[in-house]
Ligand binder design. Structure first.
Ligand SMILES: [Zn+2]
Ligand SMILES: [Zn+2]
Length: 248
């Protein structure tokens, strides 16, 4: 332990670390992985949240709110939570991890994630990730959701079953589509592997970004159909859109 701390201090002197987002060199005595400018651009989600989908809601005196969307169409997951808003600095971090397979962003991601209170995920039995199609996985070299799952659950690595959920169709990236087309694009795209065992389990589904929720809904549906008791969704970031909270 002491030795690793000494090695780390020496490395910091020889190789001062750069900001995880913009790469600017930071002074050796700097704490954390982000320069002041980038840190300022990273914002955590602010309560109150919809008690199901976790979207930030507004409304006077709203206690335990529910957003209109969840009220009209209850999703197949029991809760969805995210750590930060999907704003430019976080977008850069995610893009670096996703398309560049840059593992240098991991300490920065880890810093963001370690500040998150995991209390609502204390009782889960298994952790799965939104899968990439095998062809895309080979091209990218890693599934960013699997990397994030390891950062969210460093002391529960054995519960991570990254191959229990599979993507059977190589779909068009959701970011290129509108809301209705997103749903159509993903229909039947996911399956549970025959050797998986979701029966009666509390499952945490991990992904990088919650955009419209179409992907996680589709995955949650498949997991629930295979016998899971509940699915709780956890994403690093969320495209921020405030909704009016309803008191129910
Ligand atoms: Zn920076
Ligand atoms: Zn909601």
């Amino acid at each position: 332990m002491l030795l690793s701390r000494i090695v780390k201090s020496c490395m910091d002197i020889i190789l001062p670390h750069g900001c995880a987002v913009c790469g600017v060199r930071m002074p050796c005595e700097a704490h954390g992985r982000f320069c002041d400018r980038c840190r300022f651009g990273i914002s955590h989600l602010v309560p109150p949240f919809c008690r199901i989908c976790g979207v930030e809601v507004f409304g006077v005196g709203v206690h335990n709110p529910l957003c209109g969307e969840c009220l009209e169409n209850p999703p197949p997951y029991s809760i969805a939570r995210s750590v930060v808003r999907y704003e430019p600095q976080v977008q850069q971090l995610v893009q670096k991890l996703k398309y560049g397979s840059e593992l240098s962003v991991i300490p920065g991601l880890s810093e963001l994630i370690s500040s998150y209170d995991m209390e609502e995920f204390a009782d889960i039995d298994f952790i799965v990730v939104v899968p990439l199609h095998l062809r895309r996985l080979r091209r990218r070299g890693l599934n960013q959701a699997a990397v994030l799952a390891r950062l969210f659950f460093p002391d529960r690595l054995k519960l991570i079953k990254s191959d229990w959920l599979i993507r059977t169709r190589n779909t068009v990236p959701q970011t290129e589509l509108g809301r209705t087309a997103r749903k159509r694009n993903l229909r039947g795209a996911f399956q549970v592997r025959a050797t998986s065992d979701f029966q009666g389990a509390g499952v945490c589904l991990v992904d990088d970004v919650f955009t419209t929720g179409t992907t996680i809904k589709e995955c949650s549906k498949v997991i629930m159909k295979s016998g899971a008791d509940e699915v709780k969704v956890l994403t690093l970031a969320r495209v921020s859109a405030r909704h009016r909270g309803m008191h129910l």
